[in-house]
Design a protein around this ligand. Structure first.
Ligand code: SF4
Length: 234
């Protein structure tokens, strides 16, 4: 597996868990607000991290690390993702997957009731499932696949969350409510504050995030449909 980043210890990437984070390169989206764009567009400039090095760390800290977060980029574009997940599960670790939801075929294998491969999945929902999605993702998006991934995750029995980075020039109250209606009854929905500093598109770096009070008011709106809605980064 091509791994281009490893964070040994994180208290932020999996709520309630101490995790190590594995970063895999490349993505089939080009979100203008992407802060991981180096990993997405210039991964070859980053040193490769060997699985052996990761394993050594995890073995040494197995009494402290609960699990591994596999993130990107978009992990599901890698054919050997399932092998990587199996590798960490065989070490007795919990596994969380971050995804943009574009590959329901891969998700269905990982979430199959008899596979027990994934312990937690976090899927981004970039925008309401209409023409705004392409704006937020920076590319054409097959919305049927996004819908299929949402349904798969909600019916899987695996613990999960959906999350939206609230980009101020694309997402407001109406859009957040529309997304919340699409995932009504979900186990958890996180509204993440937009951080302009490291955005892929320079123009995004000049955008002010929604004020904290506005974001918190969106949380209240979303709660009408997903009671377990939270704010992150405010
Ligand atoms: S889905 Fe968007 S934000 Fe996430 S890694 Fe890909 S381009 Fe970046």
């Amino acid at each position: 597996m091509n791994i281009r980043g490893f964070l040994e210890t994180s208290f932020l990437d999996w709520d309630g868990k101490v995790s190590s984070v594995v970063f895999v390169p490349g993505c089939n989206f080009a979100c203008p607000f992407c802060s991981n764009w180096l990993l997405v567009h210039e991964a070859d400039s980053l040193p490769e991290v060997s699985l052996e090095k990761i394993d050594n760390f995890l073995r040494q800290r197995q009494d402290f690390i609960d699990g591994v977060v596999i993130t990107g980029g978009e992990p599901t574009i890698h054919p050997d993702l399932i092998d990587l997940v199996k590798h960490f599960k065989a070490m007795g670790l919990l596994v969380k997957l971050d995804t943009n939801g574009t590959n329901p075929a891969v998700l269905s294998k990982l979430l199959a009731p008899d596979s027990k491969l994934i312990d937690y999945i976090a899927m981004d929902i970039k925008a309401p499932l209409n023409e705004k999605y392409a704006l937020a993702a920076g590319t054409k998006v097959d919305l049927a696949k996004i819908r299929e991934s949402i349904q798969l995750i909600m019916s899987s029995g695996v613990d999960y969350e959906f999350r939206t980075t609230v980009i101020p020039n694309i997402l407001g109250q109406t859009e957040i409510e529309e997304i919340a209606k699409t995932i009504a009854g979900a186990k958890k929905y996180a509204l993440q504050q937009f951080v302009p500093n490291h955005s892929l598109v320079k123009a995004m770096q000049a955008l002010d995030p929604h004020p904290k009070e506005t974001l918190l008011s969106f949380v209240e709106i979303a709660k009408k449909h997903v009671p377990a809605t939270i704010a992150r980064g405010v």
